[in-house]
Design a protein. Sequence first.
Length: 255
Amino acid sequence: MKTILIIGIGAGDPDYLTVQAINALNRADLFFLMDKGNAKEKLIALRKIICDRFIKDRNYRFVEDQCPERVRGVADYHGSVVDLNEDKQQVFERMIGDQMADGECGAFLVWGDPALYDSTLRIMEDIQRSGRHQIDYDVIPGITSLQALAARHKICFNSIGQAFQVTPARRLAEGFPAGLDSLMVMLDAQDTYTQFVGQGMHIYWGAYVGTEDEVLRAGPLDELAQEIRDLRAALREQHGWIMDSYLLRRGGAGG
Ligand SMILES: C[S@@+](CC[C@H](N)C(=O)[O-])C[C@H]1O[C@@H](n2cnc3c(N)ncnc32)[C@H](O)[C@@H]1O
């Protein structure tokens, strides 16, 4: 039997690691690394810093492999993610099969929390169901980027007694859902918030939250939309990649 730990590492600041996550790090013999894109070097470096800082008196190793990329610009988004996850599963299985000995404990260090817009848990379930590997796995929750964003802006997700929604920007592009006043928006490659200028909304925005590159803006959307749009373009240019999210609230500040 091989043990796999899926450890949420929080969304940028090593101080976001929970005690449970630190204990889990100290159980692992090896860490799987498979970041991708322009952010790859920085994200891998952060994972190594986390291990160096929190693992005490224990030998461990890193196992790196290529992370497949989603085919972009295709009409069938869902299909492209399913294909990507199949490709990732092959890489996971290769690493588990070739790089882990029986009885060892390996860990995936998942950005933020593994339950939020991340496919690692689905892939592990599929691997276990396939029966090709004798694995047992555990999940350790982490601080999501949304919690980090809310804390930095000192705001609640919801207004009093109301529901809120977490959404990828591609769904927000279809319209602000009826009956809701608060939306937490992730994965926005298109400046989707600009569609809602002139509707009395407030935005709480943050890029690279929790990291040394963090940038925050909050205020009426009508006043900030253009500034955030320009900032995003400039930051993407400067860093080569951007990770940002925001809360959109109808009817002004607070809640
Ligand atoms: C694939 S999702 C992963 C989310 C992650 N599992 C979590 O718990 O936050 C990536 C998206 O999370 C958001 N995100 C992740 N880290 C962030 C950060 N440090 N600052 C702002 N947004 C972040 C961005 O919207 C980004 O497009």
